[in-house]
Design a protein around this ligand. Structure first.
Ligand code: HEC
Length: 427
């Protein structure tokens, strides 16, 4: 008997001894770690919503789990402790694979625990409290990047607080990202009126007078965004994104339609906070800056491994907590890492992704918010492969790549969703 078959026998024996069944051991894992996407009308191409479905897909499931393709949870364990992680622990992985290799038995139906009920539907958190959408469909131009802003008015007389935002791109083939800005002044409507067709062109930002400095000044500017793979997730109780009275939500959509195009209607679902909100969530971007404080970076043509590092110095009076992080790069990105560096040089991790995939991006929300103190630094490093050996390199021949909005440009960016310790909205 060879060593391998001996090991095989032992594995089979332990599976037998363990006697894993779907109802008792597997159903809960699949519901928690796969069911969020693998449900009717959601982004996965088939549902994994019961024994029969899982049994039918078992060979593919074994393959994608072994290869780490599914579930598409990106953060490396040990670098940030995140809520609603759909990453498999090594024990869960082992259980599913052992169970499939033992023939994927169903087990006693009486052992099936109560599973979270998910409504079938396009909104993963159920019907939103308020759905916003562009006034009319928009057909993006073909073969080039288009950033288009659509103004969506709201008419609340008082501040509203939002606990979750879900964004449904009308056509996932063309919609590259969506960012929601807020405009309380009406500027965006004027910009819209000046340009024919739905919305207006808006590279960079919404074209209104808001700036990143406003975010540091504590103004509510954004309701977050969507990129391929983003899943809606509720903020912790007590934290909300502020929607000022009668604010316009300005939805910036980045279209990139390579082949043909079609009309797009992208929708935004807002979920209001159900508990008293004490602190607002504000987004602080960490980006590489040049000596004059402008956003800049350069990746040499052909470099197979090029790292850009930048630091954000936490300003005085900025005692704050990082509630979530949203890392972002484009197609050349390989690794992205953010950490907090203290005055004595010690570091604590915010997030680390070591196999970046443009198709799986989103905010990651901490189980426990991470404290930031003045004079600490948030260090961000991004690593790129700009060689011709990178199958994802959109440029052929390879070229020097700089910071930019275009799909063929790059970014090294993390949005920190923070609350300020001094703020208290409770009267
Ligand atoms: C965040 C959403 C999401 C989660 C969570 C998720 N999937 Fe998927 N899955 C997808 C999408 C989307 C696809 C379609 C392929 C693609 O676009 O990458 C897919 C495809 C698959 C495929 C077919 C892949 C192939 O190569 O044929 C299998 C099998 C699969 N998923 C199994 C699982 C299992 C098992 C889990 C849980 C352990 C899981 N998925 C969790 C979104 C998800």
């Amino acid at each position: 008997m060879t060593m391998r078959s001996l090991i095989g026998l032992c594995l089979a024996a332990s599976a037998f001894a363990e006697d894993l069944t779907f109802t008792r051991d597997i159903a809960t894992i699949v519901a928690a770690k796969c069911g969020g996407c693998h449900r009717p009308k959601d982004i996965a191409p088939f549902a994994l919503d019961g024994y029969e479905a899982v049994f039918d897909w078992k060979d593919d499931i074994r393959r994608v789990i072994s290869e780490g393709i599914m579930p598409p949870w990106k953060p490396v364990p040990g670098h940030g402790d995140f809520r609603e992680s759909y990453g498999l622990t090594s024990e869960e992985k082992r259980k599913i694979i052992t169970w499939i290799e033992a023939g994927a038995p169903k087990g006693d139906p009486a052992n099936l625990p109560e599973l979270p009920q998910r409504e079938a539907g396009e909104w993963s958190l159920g019907e939103p409290d308020l759905t916003l959408t562009m006034a009319e469909p928009y057909e993006p131009p073909r073969g080039r990047d288009m950033y288009r802003c659509f103004v969506m008015p709201t008419d609340f007389a008082e501040n509203k607080y939002i606990s979750a935002v879900d964004i449904l791109p009308g056509d996932r083939r063309y919609v590259h990202h969506v960012i929601l800005y807020l405009d309380a002044t009406g500027e965006a409507e004027q910009l819209d009126a000046k340009e024919p067709g739905p919305g207006y062109t808006c590279f960079g930002g919404p074209g209104t007078s808001i700036s990143a400095a406003d975010a540091l000044g504590g103004n509510a500017l954004s309701l977050g965004g969507w990129a391929p793979g983003t899943r809606a997730i509720r903020l912790p109780d007590g934290v909300g994104m502020q929607l000022p009275p009668r604010a316009r939500v300005v939805m910036q959509v980045h279209y990139y339609a390579r082949g043909g195009t079609a009309e797009d209607v992208t929708k935004v679902g807002l979920y209001f906070s159900k508990t008293q909100v004490e602190r607002r969530l504000l987004f602080v971007p960490v980006v590489p800056l040049d000596s004059r404080g402008r956003v800049a970076m350069t990746i040499p043509a052909g470099a197979a491994r090029h790292t850009i590092t930048t630091e954000f110095l936490v300003p005085p009076l900025f005692e704050s907590k990082v509630v979530n992080v949203f890392p972002h790069m484009h197609l050349l990105g390989k690794e992205i890492k953010a950490e907090v560096v203290s005055l004595n040089g010690s570091t604590s991790p915010l997030i680390y992704i070591d196999n970046w995939d443009f198709n799986w991006q989103g905010p990651y929300t901490y189980n426990e918010a991470v404290q930031l103190r003045p004079l600490q630094r948030v260090r961000l490093s991004c690593t790129y492969d700009n060689s011709s050996g990178n199958p994802r390199n959109p440029s052929n021949p390879v070229r020097e790549v700089r910071w930019g909005e275009g799909t063929e440009d790059e970014m090294c960016l993390v949005f920190l969703g923070v609350t300020f310790d001094r703020e208290s909205l409770r009267n």
